[in-house]
Design a protein around this ligand. Structure first.
Ligand code: NA7
Length: 288
């Protein structure tokens, strides 16, 4: 049976994901706030819907992948939003990183319309999206995941069903704060070494042979040493995720002092950036 896919959000990560489904032969109906960003995909065989609502109405499985909580609220509940078109019996899969509370609200809204919801934030960056090797951190029901697997298998290599709605976003935020702190720690230690007049290479060489050895050295250190911050995961989105983690920590009464400090660094660099940069650009905090 043909599975009709709907896709809302053709950003840095959303577009390569949607493209994989077009290339896999699914009928894919797309919608993006800025319609011109869909032009290339229409040329590749996707159908452009005039509204998010119509993209939803065409879908057995509808994906959303947008920047932040206000964007998700806009595409779901806004004028001609997707929820108004969502079919009974369909599945909504949201791969945006948003708050656990919003994920629960979306799940409730889907249930009211007789649809299923999978909370499905991702890790793996644009590279993972292009290769279909994303890791999904999910909340929802196992039976819904089983139904969605024939589509999801084209996008990811691991699917962690972590608990009820809210679990996927909670663990995604906890994971991203580790990435943000690791990158900040690397930038800080480089600043210390450079400030003392020594080259970055010596520190990186020693770290690679020590307990400090970590994949961040392979992925982010080259960006820092070459000052090339073409975004794989944009700093503005990491800044958003640190804010979401701090909001959650406030709700729970759990102190996150290192995260709070790091958010200030990310805020400062975000405020000074005129172009879209990777979060490795936090290094610029010490380069002023
Ligand atoms: P991008 O490249 O920043 O793309 C964001 C997408 O969200 C893009 O399609 C935007 O449309 C859309 N967007 C943003 N704000 C709105 C509003 N208000 N209404 C409708 N659509 C909106 O993000 P990525 O693809 O890298 O990442 C997506 C998610 O995955 C994000 O949560 C990450 O943290 C993880 P536009 O093209 O600007 O019109």
């Amino acid at each position: 049976m043909t599975v009709n896919v709907g896709w809302i959000g053709l950003g840095l990560i959303g577009k390569p994901m949607a493209r994989r489904l077009v290339n896999a032969g699914f009928p894919v109906t797309i919608w993006n706030r800025t319609a011109s960003k869909a032009d290339d995909m229409v040329g590749e065989g996707a159908r452009l819907a005039p509204t998010a609502r119509e993209a939803a109405a065409a879908a057995d499985v509808l994906f959303t992948c947008v920047s932040d909580p206000p964007a998700l609220e806009a595409v779901l509940w806004g004028a001609d939003g997707a929820l108004a078109g969502l079919r009974k019996g369909s599945i909504l899969i949201d791969s945006s990183t948003v708050s656990p509370g919003l994920a629960r609200r979306v799940a409730a809204a889907c249930a009211e319309r007789g649809a299923k919801f999978l909370e499905a934030p991702i890790t793996g960056g644009t590279w993972g999206a292009e290769k279909g090797e994303l890791v999904f951190l999910m909340g929802g029901e196992a039976a819904t995941l089983d139904r969605a697997r024939p589509v999801l298998d084209h996008l990811g290599k691991r699917f962690f069903l972590l608990g009820p709605h809210g679990a996927g976003q909670t663990i995604k935020l906890a994971m991203n704060l580790i990435y943000a702190l690791e990158v900040q720690a690397l930038a800080e230690s480089l600043a210390l070494v450079n400030g003392a007049g020594f080259g970055s290479e010596r520190l990186l060489e020693v770290l690679a042979s020590s307990m400090g050895r970590a994949p961040v050295l392979d992925v982010k250190a080259p960006m820092m040493t070459s000052d090339n911050y073409a975004p794989s995961f944009p700093l503005r989105l990491m800044h958003k995720d640190l804010g979401l983690a701090l909001d959650l920590s406030n709700q729970l009464g759990v102190a996150l002092p290192a995260t709070a400090a790091a958010r200030e660094t990310y805020s400062a660099v975000k405020g000074q950036s005129t172009e879209d940069v990777d979060y490795a650009a936090v290094r610029r905090f010490w380069r002023r």
